[in-house]
Write a protein that binds this ligand. Sequence first.
Ligand code: SAH
Length: 496
Amino acid sequence: MDYLPIFMNIKGQPCLIVGGGAVAARKADLFIKAGAKVTVIAPLLKEEMQRHLQLGKIEWIEAGFDRELMCALPKPKLVISATDEQAVNEAVYEYCRQQQIEVNVADQTEYCDFILPAIIEREPMTVAVSTGGRSPVLARVMKARLESLLPQGLSAVTDLVGRYRNAVKKTLQDAENRKRFWEKLLDSTFIDKASRLESSGEAEAILQQKLQAARLEEQDGLNEVGEVYLIGAGPGDPELMTFKALRLLQQADVVVYDRLVSTEILDMARREAERIYVGKKDKWHRVPQSRINRMLLELAQQGKKVARLKGGDPYIFGRGAEEVELLAEHGIDFQVVPGITAAAGCTAYADFPLTHRDYAHSVSFVTGHQKEGDQAIDYARLAQSGDTMVFYMGVKNAAEIQQGLLAHGVSPQMPAAIIERGTRLDQKVTVVTLAELAGTIRRQKIQPPALLVIGEVVTVREKLHALKRQALERQAKRADIERSDRQEEPWTRLAV
Ligand code: SAH
């Protein structure tokens, strides 16, 4: 380790900045945020530093740096020199060295007792990133990545956790048990709930409940209860998973998944996580829904963190609500993570939208596969609605869908897209008319998963493709002309 990472309390302490430019102002800003008494020595203040002065955040000594001046000031705790003049920076460094004051010369690691990390603020939590002065830009890029991983509401989480620190100390005697309790709590849905105002009460209840469970475990050796994450994994391309989906997937002990979840997504779970497949084994044998519901419950009751991975969005034709019902009934904590549903993912990757000001102001998601005894699809309403119609699970019943829509007055020429394995590397899009839909599916032996989209919006695909083709042709032509120009006038190239 090149530097010891420490967080220093400088509230009310004198700290000094030498320099009045933009860099100096940024450094001053950090001192100000940390509550220091900031003095700036500089003959001139640029705009940013002026602002600090006007807001009364700094004291300004209108002068160049010199040793005698320093003697008149209270000894600073920290000094930063950020001037354009190397001689001044070096003089500041020398002086501080002699006086044993910690000093930092901006952007010159060789003149630094301490360095300032890139920081991610989730007050009161602060994350600091440093490359030991080797590459501030790399530190900032890493900071940006971490920013996206840390939930925005971490301040609320930190406060809540802070409030219970003593209570937990009193409830659990053993330090090791306390550590395990916090680790388990903070590695659970608690953080997500505590960071949102709406569910902060629920988070507190979870904390109390888990604390009780930990107390019972400490006293009687009883098992703790797990939790379930119902995760929408999106339509196939792993990059369409959300940050939250990824984070929860990576903290699961068990992953329960079905057919629509791609192997690349499954690979993102922890290596040691148990994986349980509950999709159809073949055409006729699917794991009954009630068995899946019970399995999730039992795994959670064994104290496991269970990721239930589902294709697309769990609440769109995903039986998500059925799966969490039993959990809710048994008081098992669960969280639902929405995913990009096939309709949104497949149309975007097939280059046309779901709605469009010229073609469709609304959209219907329809299941082409109904439970026995369900009401039939209301083709009359669909035909009249002017909606873009998206049929999930419609491959098998394509003939009936086509028939139903035609019978209620939808034009046989209405464009339709069949999107197979949408968003995956082997996605295939076939554009036909409504009249040709079922025939095409039969002839091409199209297999699920495929999405049927019927509506004028489909025409946007051809329009976009034509525009792209024309642009490419224009570019190619321009390149041709430039090339022939250069051949005719060889000196132009030299001149450039
Ligand atoms: N919950 C899922 C839908 C499950 S129903 C979601 O929100 O997307 C399963 C149907 O979704 C499939 O029969 C197919 O019609 C559609 N589907 C899911 N993923 C798909 C994909 N990658 N490409 C095409 N259709 C898909």
